[in-house]
Design a protein around this ligand. Structure first.
Ligand code: EPZ
Length: 431
């Protein structure tokens, strides 16, 4: 296992380019199970989660390889349609493996998928995924070994409500929307997730010949078609990586140009960052081309903030830990509430080890701003909490050791390389 040794009191300056979105890639790659033609996906980041899904797709009979000319392009071609098992060893490593469920049931009429169980950010049920597919005619049952066995003849289009106790579900929307593309008749999903990653998936499905409309709104309509073809697609930039670098720039009172980001995917993020005194300027935006570059800078002490994470377009839960780390140094007391994953606070105790004054109260954390953080050995727990600890290390006095960085590598392509290019001093060492 590796750890990152982060030297503190750094000021980030320079330019960083955001990679393609992990959370757009995963369901798009899974959707390729629904065609026998080759697909070409550009902008696929080199992340552990992508490697894990590629391994699963391989076991599901899909030939998946990186293009020889472009390391961020992936070619996919189904070679064997008889496979339908997503085994425990793969699913337990990456819960998002569940995104193969809808495509498998729709195209192959069968799926045998290990229940993903929970993870560091909290309970991760899949009841909405199952309810949605059952509404379209799939039968499912729990089998020995913790697997879910699903079967279906041709799915039937239905009007269905996909909202849960925490609102919409991103991957449940992805699964049901994908499966509905091959159903007989029309499906209407009410309370669908509105995330940009769902819009990107719908755009890819339509390139495959699907008839999806309403993506980006809570009501998505899908007219089923008999078959889908291969398609070529470039995934959207990773708004969570972009937000992570914006927060890193602001925390360190630096000045960073963030390239290949889409500010219109991040309005809740930029609005809240501006509220606390961070300057964010859109560069090179023109009438016909959405800005893909922003300049982030912060000079003064940051103001406190009362923020709650919500499904898109609300503030994303995937940036909650990073924002919380920044608010530890704000000039006053902040409240951070996570309404999506109320237990997603494993980073609180670790930040406390660095001198942060935090008190968790149910789904919220009260953050009392302190003058400084002090470097310490800390433990990464989940993908985004790990990034937050690295950011805290950038501003802390002294050295911070972030252990178990395999969590970070799931969602950030060697984060230390991009941060070091901005002036950080981070070393990756084997533990
Ligand atoms: C996606 O996970 C993302 N992962 C997560 O990002 C992200 O945190 C999450 O959406 C919320 O935005 C991918 O896209 C691969 P949900 P997903 O279903 O789809 C409850 C990261 O860091 N729920 O939208 O699994 C659930 O418990 C990862 O990149 C049900 O109740 O999340 C949660 O409280 C972490 N029943 C809420 O809905 C269900 O059947 C939102 O979860 C499904 C979910």
């Amino acid at each position: 296992m590796d750890k990152l040794i982060v030297q503190g009191q750094t000021r980030l300056k320079g330019e960083v380019t955001v990679s393609g979105s992990k959370n757009a890639c995963l369901p798009i790659l899974a959707a390729c199970l629904m065609t026998n033609e080759e697909s070409l996906i550009h902008g696929v980041p080199k992340l552990v989660d992508i490697i894990r899904l590629s391994r699963l797709m391989g076991e599901l009979g899909v030939k998946i390889e990186r293009d020889h000319n472009d390391p961020f392009t992936v070619r996919l071609q189904v070679e064997d349609e008889s496979k339908y098992l997503a085994r425990y060893d793969l699913v337990r490593q990456m819960r998002a493996s569940i995104c193969v469920m809808g495509p498998l049931v729709a195209k192959r009429g069968r799926a045998l998928i290990s229940q993903p169980g929970g993870c560091a950010i909290g309970d991760r049920p899949i009841d909405l995924h199952l309810e949605g597919l059952r509404a379209m005619g799939a039968q499912y049952r729990l089998t020995s070994g913790g697997n879910i066995s699903l079967r279906a003849r041709r799915l039937k289009g239905r009007e269905l409500f996909l909202g849960g106790p925490f609102g919409s579900s991103v991957l449940a929307t992805a699964n049901v929307m994908s499966a509905a593309c091959l159903a007989e008749g029309t499906t209407v999903i009410e309370s669908a997730a509105c995330e940009p990653e769902i819009v990107d998936l719908a755009d890819f499905l339509n390139k495959m010949g699907a008839k999806v409309s309403g993506q980006g709104s809570p009501r998505i309509t899908i007219e089923g078609v008999k078959r889908l073809g291969g398609a070529e697609h470039t995934v959207i930039p990773d708004r969570i990586e972009a937000g992570t670098f914006m927060i890193a720039a602001a925390m360190t009172k630096g000045e960073v140009t963030v390239r290949n980001c889409q500010p219109d995917h991040m309005m809740a993020v930029t609005a809240n960052l501006r509220r606390i005194g961070i300057t964010i300027e859109k560069l090179n935006s023109s009438a016909d081309a959405p800005a893909d570059t922003v300049l982030v800078s912060a000079r003064r002490k940051l103001k406190p903030l009362d923020v709650t994470t919500q499904p898109y377009p609300g503030f994303p839960t995937d940036l909650q830990a990073q924002l919380l780390a920044m608010l530890c140094l704000a000039d006053g007391n902040s409240i951070v509430t996570d309404k999506v994953f109320p237990d997603r606070f494993m980073h609180v105790a670790e930040l406390g080890r660095m001198g942060a004054q935090l008190r968790k109260q149910g789904p919220a954390v009260v953050v009392c701003g302190v003058k400084k953080l002090v470097g310490a050995p800390v433990m990464a727990s989940d993908l985004r909490a790990s990034a937050a600890l690295v950011l805290a290390g950038l501003v802390a006095e002294g050295t911070t050791e972030v252990r178990r960085v395999y969590h970070i590598d799931r969602g950030y392509q060697h984060i230390e390389e991009k941060l070091n290019a901005l002036g950080a001093r981070i070393e990756r060492v084997a533990e």
